[in-house]
Design a protein around this ligand. Structure first.
Ligand code: NOJ
Length: 743
């Protein structure tokens, strides 16, 4: 494929705000010309990525030797460098190299650069694709102005085991929701085309199956059928690719005995072969070297050869390519054509970003100042955070809080937290500039209301000495808000938990409040679903706020006081017990399903717990009520090339304006491969005023009904299908059967 750009056309396409790479160029010809001039060492240099963390400290020997490597053209990309000053300084070194090939600067801009948005799992709970795209766009704008070309996001790994701390970074358990969110995030980061100075390259990671680590332990092995791989774990990657993801990152795990980094089937056959990916694959941090530890390569040179041959183009921090790839080529172990292909892929992105025309175009002090002080970014963070907060339970009219209360006590280890609001993966903490939940309640409670605060304990909550003061504050209050959950560093990479309950004795603080006759409104913060059975049973109201970001305190208060009506829905099932894990609504029917809870003998059940989760995928309440009625179909059957429309009426029958995320599920009751009891196939977020109603429609086509058959062909089999529409995977309001005719 040839990339011929016209700057004028691109400016038109992207809008005036996007200044794009100048000069009409034929990128492929320029790559050919450059590649023809490169020595083998210089080629390998383009595939070498180093961490620049040390560059921010004193000039050690290591820093000096890295500087020399850059000047010698032996480094293609740096990670962990940020800011105009540092990126310019290092780019200047690269421009002293013989061929003056600019560096690429990559960084983990996961849920915001300076403005912190909710952690990705939390943001996914909004089911609001525009909001998700907008947060990525703002993150890209801030990062790009600071010299960053490339973010290592989005993580599109499906996660069905909340023990795995990295569920925090993904879109949850569902493949379909994952595909839609993956595409939105890629669009947000990259804009409409690479080359805009307010965009960064996206990375679909971690290719593949990293989220299926056995027992939820990070980096653990994965063993998976081809069927599950194709049907559930690969589609979000394919969606990211279709949305234009410039790069992919491979993964730390083995898949069926082969490290993902050395997996030819994944990287060459599927990604670069069947899917036709033209970007490049970066390894995960040290994952080339770790193939030796896995027992898949005998030493670093062997690992370098195996990774490159398998399709891993750039080596992040293993120093395997830099130290041994050239020798492997000379020894004939690695064909130079494969090295050339990898280098082409990297150079292509540098050309597309416009770096050969202006290597400093992303590091712009004026743009950096403007982007990092734009008040609209914080406003968006507050709006998006409020849309991400899930109302899990609300009884006895506990929420929203009434205005004009005499005293509100805000209790709990997270009540005055700031750093924790920001969540796990931030570029730099801006905690000093945040309003905690107590601050925000004070801002919004109104002049006549006194707000008291007592933490009770810290997040670890091993010591209950502070309970007394908390109980005293609660005793005097007209309403009690209890903020509990994880600290920011309990979820994320290498943060697997064997027990995902409320940390320490936090649950006892809730019980102690109940014992003095106070039932608090519970606000929970975490990067994963937690288990909190006593609270779920006894609390009147629970808000799940995840780690909501820079404006998270205010966003929670917006929901507590009803300035925002909650509309978020869970992107992951919340289990009742650890023994239920892994868990997903998308189960397969057994031959012995439980139909009646009183009869579980010789049924697929636990004798000591229900099969159902505490809160199901798609669950989330509102302060208003929505009625679903009048389901109609444009036709009762369709041909394989046809379509039909399912419509129904959604009405806001409650007292407040609100938004409902309507969900479409499918069941294929009889097929050549057993199909799940329910699969999400569509959703829409609909805003309605009180009393307002609207017709909502979904189009059903062959792809809606298709699945991977035994031969892994994407097929739709003639017969009956059940369509279900509802407010959650366990709250189906309307059903209808349709027929797919034989071809
Ligand atoms: C390891 C993580 O798995 C990956 O997601 C991240 O992008 C790299 N480290 C770089 O920080």
């Amino acid at each position: 494929m040839r990339h011929v750009w016209s700057a004028a056309a691109l400016v038109l396409a992207l809008g005036a705000a996007q200044v794009v790479a100048a000069e009409p160029v034929d990128i492929e010809q320029r790559i050919d010309r450059l590649l023809g001039q490169m020595t083998l060492d210089e080629k390998v240099g383009q595939l070498n990525q180093l961490s620049g963390k040390e560059f921010t400290g004193p000039a050690t020997d290591k820093v000096r030797s890295m500087e020399t490597e850059i000047r010698n053209g032996r480094v293609g990309s740096m990670l962990n460098i940020k800011g105009v000053a540092d990126t310019r300084r290092l780019q200047a070194l690269a421009l002293q190299s013989r061929l003056k090939i600019p560096l690429l600067f990559g960084l983990d801009v996961i849920h915001g650069y300076q403005t912190v948005f909710p952690v990705p799992l939390g943001e996914s709970a909004s089911w609001d694709l525009e909001a998700i795209e907008e947060s990525a766009r703002i993150a890209a704008r801030e990062a790009a102005a600071s010299g960053i070309h490339w973010t290592f996001a989005p993580m599109v790994d499906v996660g069905r085991d909340p023990r795995w701390g990295r569920v925090m970074e993904g879109a949850g358990e569902d493949s379909y929701l994952g595909t839609r969110i993956a595409a939105a995030r890629v669009r947000g980061f990259q804009g409409r085309q690479l080359g805009g100075v307010e965009s960064v390259m996206a990375t679909a990671k971690h290719f593949a199956t990293y989220g299926a680590a056995i027992a939820g332990r990070d980096y653990n092995a994965v063993d998976m059928s081809d069927h599950l791989l194709h049907e559930t774990y690969l589609p979000p990657f394919k969606a990211a690719l279709d949305a234009g993801a410039a790069t992919f990152m491979n993964a730390f795990n083995t898949l069926n005995g082969i490290p993902a980094t050395g997996h030819e089937g994944l990287q060459r056959d599927i990604l670069k072969g069947a899917w036709g990916f033209k970007g490049f694959v970066v390894s995960d941090w040290g994952s080339v070297r770790e193939m030796v530890v896995h027992g898949y390569a005998k030493d670093l040179p062997d690992a370098a050869a195996k990774a490159l041959v398998a399709g891993s183009d750039m080596d992040m921090e293993s120093n395997a390519y830099a130290s041994s790839l050239a020798a492997q080529v000379k020894a004939g172990t690695v064909p130079v054509a494969l090295v050339d292909d990898a280098v082409r892929r990297v150079l292509r992105k540098k050309f597309e970003l416009g770096l050969f025309d202006d290597p400093y175009r992303f590091s712009d002090p004026a743009r950096e100042r403007a982007a990092l002080s734009d008040p609209r970014h914080r406003q968006a963070a507050r709006r998006i955070a409020a849309r991400s907060i899930v109302l899990l339970k609300n009884e006895k009219g506990a929420l929203p809080l009434r205005r004009g209360l005499g005293t509100i006590a805000v209790i709990g280890p997270l009540a005055d937290a700031r750093r924790d609001l920001e969540g796990g993966w931030i570029v730099k903490s801006d905690a000093a500039n945040l309003a905690s939940l107590v601050d925000a309640v004070r801002e919004q409670a109104g002049p006549g209301t006194r707000v008291s605060y007592a933490p009770g304990c810290d997040v670890a909550c091993r010591d209950t000495a502070g309970f007394k003061a908390a109980l005293e504050a609660a005793a005097k209050a007209d309403a009690v808000v209890l903020a509990v959950g994880e600290s920011w560093d309990m979820s994320g990479e290498a943060k697997s938990r064997a027990d995902i309950g409320l940390p320490g004795r936090q649950g006892e603080l809730f019980e102690a409040l109940r014992a003095i006759g106070k039932t608090p409104v519970v606000v929970m913060m975490a990067g994963r679903p937690m288990i909190f059975e006593n609270v779920a049973e006894q609390a009147d109201a629970i808000l799940y706020a995840w780690f909501p970001g820079s404006e998270g305190g205010r966003a929670i208060a917006d929901v507590l006081f009803g300035a925002v009506n909650p509309s978020a829905k869970l992107p992951m099932s919340f289990p009742r017990s650890m023994g239920q894990l892994p868990i997903s609504y998308q189960q397969y029917e057994t031959g012995r399903p439980v139909r009646d809870l009183k009869n579980i003998v010789y049924k697929s059940a636990y004798i000591d717990a229900p099969n159902t989760p505490r809160y199901a995928f798609g669950h989330g309440l509102s302060y208003t009520k929505f009625a679903y009625s009048d389901l109609r179909l444009s036709a009762a059957s369709m041909t394989p090339s046809g379509k039909l429309t399912l419509s129904f009426t959604l009405a806001n029958t409650g007292p407040m304006a609100g938004a409902e995320v309507v969900q479409l599920y499918l069941r294929d009751p009889v097929a050549s491969v057993v199909r799940p009891v329910k699969e999400l196939k569509g959703f829409q977020r609909i805003e309605l005023q009180p009393g307002q109603q609207r017709t909502v429609s979904f189009t059903i086509e062959r792809d809606t009904l298709a699945f991977f058959n035994r031969k892994l062909e994407w097929t739709a089999e003639a017969g009956q299908f059940e369509l279900m529409v509802g407010s959650a995977s366990d709250d189906i309001r309307l059903r209808q059967t349709i027929v797919l005719d034989a071809p």
